[in-house]
Design a protein around this ligand. Structure first.
Ligand SMILES: Cc1ncc(COP(=O)(O)O)c(C=O)c1O
Length: 450
């Protein structure tokens, strides 16, 4: 049983549309890290609601992206998208850089690196529009390249940094234009709390001269998230490089690092294209070649692209209720675990797995012949357990649901648990299961196809 989901929470624009044909129903499998069978086994093994992640998927994606990019582009995993320790350790073991935004994230990366005996300092960038003293000190101690957001960061670093030599930092610049962002997540070229506005760059560079122990050595530009089109990403990167060229002229010395941010998108609906990472890599190589003035290193900070497809969120249907021509499926977990639909108007894809399926007779590794009723389907408003009508995680067309059936939300490895507001109403915090790696916590699980 499956269907893409669209959000019908008041005020939020629906995305995608429910599809009802069996053929279309099968097209969504790439959106789910676990087969229905594996999800059912997870639900029987752990308690629901829970998140389950595949470390083998993270590994595969990191290596694929790494090999698509020019050598001087480093991959700094954006920890905020999913700071799960097994995932950080997996990526640290593969030589990933990390993008951190708090002292807590720096500490999590430090622990993960210890676990894989990767004692390398650096290979970390640090950003954030309101860095605390603890944040800056943690970033300094970790040898991170700090992305300063304004003169306040420079002043405080000048006070706290005591050599040797000067401290090289990047300046985050917020472009005046030339940025496309399909849905507003980072904010495109609108007013922003992030970075130095492009039009103020010359004044900022001049003001930094007062703090010679802090040296502007690089640039960060990141203004658009979840872009599925390689050419739009490349257009944003072109804008960043143009800003870099101007910054290099203003400084009168070469930049050594340009950080182009994250923003590599993943599909959340059937029919949405996958980002073409080969085109992205080739385009980036061309762009760097065309910008011969810049000979330094480049950083990309993908979060969602690396972690999103690793995970699913699994929750059971508690009640099915008709109310004034609307059919609600009321779930064990809602926006307390998946807040993204409410925040962005974009929902996670969802599949239903019947609780009546016989666990003893299903094939764990292949759902292609899974029992499904292609005929009868109904539209469900998916509500959570919270005492607010804001608690809606989508509207989906699914085969008839009964209490106990499972709903499996795909692409939930990024901005799922990490953005959850688990304290609200004090329901149990969902368990997180890590599969397909050395830290697998469900014994004997045979993972299904993706
Ligand atoms: C500074 C920074 N870098 C990277 C990311 C990761 O973005 P994405 O998950 O879209 O790749 C974010 C997301 O908010 C961010 O703020």
């Amino acid at each position: 049983m499956s269907a893409p989901v669209s959000l019908s929470t008041a005020g939020a624009a629906p995305v995608g549309h429910a599809e009802t044909t069996p053929a279309a129903a099968h097209d969504d499998r790439h959106l789910f890290a676990l087969s229905d069978s594996a999800a059912l086994l997870v639900a029987e093994t752990a308690s629901t609601p829970c998140f389950a992640y595949r470390l083998d998927v993270a590994r595969e994606r990191f290596l694929a992206l790494r090999s698509a990019l020019p050598e001087r582009v480093h991959l700094a995993y954006a920890v905020k998208s999913n700071p799960g320790p097994p995932l950080l350790a997996e990526l640290a073991g593969l030589g990933a850089w990390f993008d951190c935004a708090s002292a807590g994230e720096v500490a999590a990366v430090g622990l993960a690196r210890d676990e894989v005996t990767d004692a390398v300092s650096g290979r970390m960038v640090f950003a954030g529009p309101a860095k605390s003293e603890a944040d800056l000190r943690a970033a300094l101690a970790a040898g991170a390249r700090i992305q300063v957001d304004g003169i306040e960061d420079v002043q405080r670093l000048a006070d706290w940094y005591h050599g040797p030599g000067s401290l090289d930092v990047n300046v985050r610049v917020h472009p005046l234009g030339g940025i496309s962002e399909t849905a507003s997540i980072i904010g495109g070229s609108g007013p922003s709390a992030f970075g130095v506005d492009e039009e103020d760059l010359a004044d900022f560079v001049a003001a930094c001269a007062e703090y010679p122990s802090v040296r502007l050595a690089g640039l960060q530009v990141f203004s658009a998230s979840n872009e599925l089109d390689a050419q739009s990403l490349l257009a944003n990167h072109r804008t960043a490089l143009a800003i870099g060229e101007r910054l290099q002229r203003l400084l009168g010395r070469p930049l050594d690092l340009i950080d182009l941010g994250g923003g590599l998108g993943i599909p959340y609906a059937v029919g949405s294209p996958e980002l073409d990472i080969v085109a992205l890599g080739a385009g980036l190589a061309e762009l760097l070649e065309a910008n011969a003035w810049f000979t330094g290193n480049v950083v990309l900070e993908p979060g969602r692209w690396l972690s999103g497809p690793t995970g699913v969120y699994v929750t059971r249907v508690v009640r099915v209720k008709e109310s004034r021509s609307t059919t609600f499926a009321v779930l064990e977990g809602g926006i307390n675990h998946l807040l993204r639909p409410l925040m962005t108007g974009q929902s996670f894809p969802v599949r239903a797995v019947s609780a009546r399926r016989d666990l003893a007779t299903i094939d764990w590794t292949d759902d292609s012949g899974a029992a499904d009723d292609p005929g009868e389907r109904a539209t469900y408003t998916l509500a959570g357990p919270l005492c607010t009508s804001l608690d809606r995680v989508g509207t989906a067309e699914l085969a008839p649901l009964q209490p106990g059936d499972l709903l499996v939300f795909g692409q939930a490895g990024a901005y799922g648990f990490t953005q959850a507001m688990t304290n609200f109403l004090s329901h149990p915090v969902p368990e997180q299961l890590w599969l397909g790696g050395s830290a697998a916590s469900v014994d004997g699980l045979v993972l299904g196809p993706r």
